[in-house]
Design a protein around this ligand. Structure first.
Ligand SMILES: Nc1ncnc2c1ncn2[C@@H]1O[C@H](COP(=O)(O)OP(=O)(O)OP(=O)(O)O)[C@@H](O)[C@H]1O
Ligand SMILES: [Mg+2]
Length: 258
């Protein structure tokens, strides 16, 4: 990818005064400023409906801001053509709440898929080799490689989804509610997997939207709380515990209770 090679890029994502309205009347993002440092694990938290998912979709270039600017890895998203943007998306690995695997493909085929799509330079054996490596990285036993998603557990499906997100060695990994709806054991497993995956890939950036405040504080080095389409507070988990902002205090006390 052609990033400006001469300059060191400190930010993975920069959102500058981003505003977004879908209907021309009500603004979902109301001047959002967010600087996500390269190499960080950043958690985006906030009450339901505050714009967290919409924010992620802007970072992915799936939504265009009504006004404001978004830079990802030093590139202005607005300056990219549709084709450039499609190619640029290879820099992202995405894992949503549902692992969203292809039901009729085996575990291995699921992980091979993005490689067949985007790495036309590789032959079949090379693709399989990389896919197996990624599955190995997420600790999935090779005996499951030939199974369909319906034949493996929820935890294994998450591992497969993550292996697929990692297939193209993305610079930025994005998780939207990766553990919502999972039991506590599985939640902890996925949380640990996010951290170990991040640590294995120095310099890459992980961005996670989470309802689970406890996990966000445990995993992330930087936390950004959104409220009503703006950033209310960015800081370390410690900054959140110490914050005097009423809404932050309320959110923290509610989120940590259960
Ligand atoms: N494509 C869309 N068209 C119109 N409105 C939308 C669209 N996507 C999101 N919104 C609105 O934007 C607001 C923020 O939604 P968003 O999904 O970002 O919330 P969230 O913070 O992720 O909430 P949750 O924690 O419940 O997932 C909501 O009021 C939602 O209805
Ligand atoms: Mg959401």
């Amino acid at each position: 990818m052609e990033v400006q090679a001469s300059t060191t890029i400190e930010s993975a994502v920069k959102m500058i005064d981003v505003k977004k309205t879908f209907d021309g009347k009500e603004y979902v993002l109301k001047g959002l400023n967010l600087d996500i440092k390269k190499g960080s694990i950043t958690a985006i938290i906030g009450f339901s409906g505050t714009g967290k998912s919409v924010c992620l979709k802007h970072i992915l270039g799936l939504y265009k801001p009504t006004s404001g600017k978004i830079e990802v890895l030093g590139r202005d998203l607005e300056s990219m053509s549709k084709d450039e943007l499609t190619k640029f998306r290879q820099e992202f690995g995405v894992l949503f709440q549902s692992a969203a695997l292809f039901d009729d493909m085996t575990v291995l085929e699921n992980v091979c898929f993005p490689l067949f799509e985007h790495r036309r330079d590789l032959n079949f054996e090379e693709v399989e080799k990389i896919a197996k490596e990624k599955l190995h990285n997420v600790d999935l036993d090779p005996k499951h490689f030939g199974k369909l998603p319906s034949q493996i557990s929820g935890g294994m499906q998450k591992r497969t989804g993550l292996a697929r997100a990692l297939a193209l060695d993305p610079e930025i990994l994005i998780y939207d509610e990766p553990t919502t709806g999972l039991d506590p054991i599985l939640t902890e497993m996925v949380d640990d997997l996010i951290v170990s995956t991040h640590k294995r890939r120095p310099g890459t950036t992980s961005i996670m939207v989470s309802h689970d405040l406890y996990a966000a504080f445990r995993i992330a080095d930087t936390v950004a709380m959104l409220d009503a389409g703006k950033v209310l507070l960015v800081g370390t988990p410690e900054d959140f515990y110490k914050s005097e902002i009423e809404l932050v205090k309320r959110f923290v006390s509610k989120g940590i209770k259960h």
